[in-house]
Design a protein around this ligand. Sequence first.
Ligand code: TYD
Ligand code: MG
Length: 458
Amino acid sequence: MAKKSSTYVCQNCGATYSRWEGKCTSCGEWNSIVEEISKNDGFSKINGKKEGHVIDFVPLKGSTQTYSRILSGIKEIDRVTGGGLVPGSVILVGGDPGIGKSTLLLQVCAGLASRDDKYSCYYISGEEAIDQVRIRAERLGLADRPVNLASATDVRNIITTLEKTEAQVVIIDSIQTMYLDEVESTPGSVGQVRACAYELIKLAKRKGFVLFLVGHVTKQGEIAGPRVLEHMVDTVLYFEGERGHHFRILRAVKNRYGATDEIGVFEMQDKGLVEVENPSALFLAERQGNISGSCVFAGIEGSRPLLVEIQALVSPSGYSTPKRAVVGWDSNRLSMVLAVLEARCGINFSTHDVYLNIAGGLKITEPAADLAVAMAVISSLTNKPLPADMVVFGEIGLSGEIRAVSQKNLRLKEAQKLGFASAITPPAFGKDKKDNGKSYDLSCYEIGNVHRLINWFN
Ligand code: TYD
Ligand code: MG
């Protein structure tokens, strides 16, 4: 019989220790280390002198299998997965509780199950009872779709059952509720999550079905459980959104079968998630014209242009250290932009609080937003509104120079499509210089340095 061995595993980062410790030296978390006993010690066979097989090597060139992707029928899902679902691939979907993961996946599998080329879809819920899923399906108008539904948490039973089916799409909601009885720790612990995911992924690869795993996120916004879970799967998608807003963003952070910077935009309505064809129009819908501190940023998310409103509020500070608060952008980046404006334009923010918000609950990571942030901040400080029909983009360097950003034409074309008439952009550079002005009809003001921004507000 295999020897029982115990290890101590940090439930936050997955680091292992030979004895219990109060603080994880790897991630710095306190009281996160828990004993895990496992019977199937992976090293025992190697120690037990059992010889392995000889593996075959092959040349790099050879016949490769082309993936016949399954189109989900939801364009935004196909976009983030890189053009459809690849049979045998494993997709981890993470997100805050209540954001809509179960709703989205139920819609995906109901859609696939009811198509002409009927996919056999299995939805296994470990969190909700059958009735709860049925009520949701009823609400979504999907109750009559031929989805195979089960409420189960024992991975051994799930595997035995799926083994006997011709499943093509399987949804496990969520991986934190699953357990394997040979791992002696509670469901949701690092050991259980890892072991259950490992067994399910092995089955998905062997049987060639698309496996969706729903994963919870921690307070820090990462998928709970070991980081290895993200390494084990082919695709990691995060479903994000602010509670008060109805937009939801599905973001690919890892994808072995496509690009990782793609996003899908959805709107949560009373009949489930609806794809948003034109996200820019949606994000700008509530914009009020002629207000200081508001600037429209022409951004790019993946392969798609996206216009969003950046709002800044600069107000006299009552604190000795002025406050900086940011929603939807990197706060270090804001500090950098403010420092550059102070040093290169002589604008003083040291007696002012600065609040920055990306309207609509979107999170922006592009440095190209620097210039739009700078414009919004100066506009608020001087209380002078920017033209309502103007978009802005450009990266700001430490010496105050405005740097060129990618996809200038695409950004401007989108702005034009939405009725914008002018743009502040970095100077044309490289390829942009050649095809400058060909595909759009906007008045472009090229600015090379931040000190020229001040002219806009005089
Ligand atoms: P859910 O899919 O259960 O979230 P998760 O699986 O990520 O925890 O979504 C639940 C939320 O979505 C709940 O707050 C209600 C809302 N919702 C709608 O607004 N419209 C709908 O049609 C459905 C089904 C849910
Ligand atoms: Mg759920």
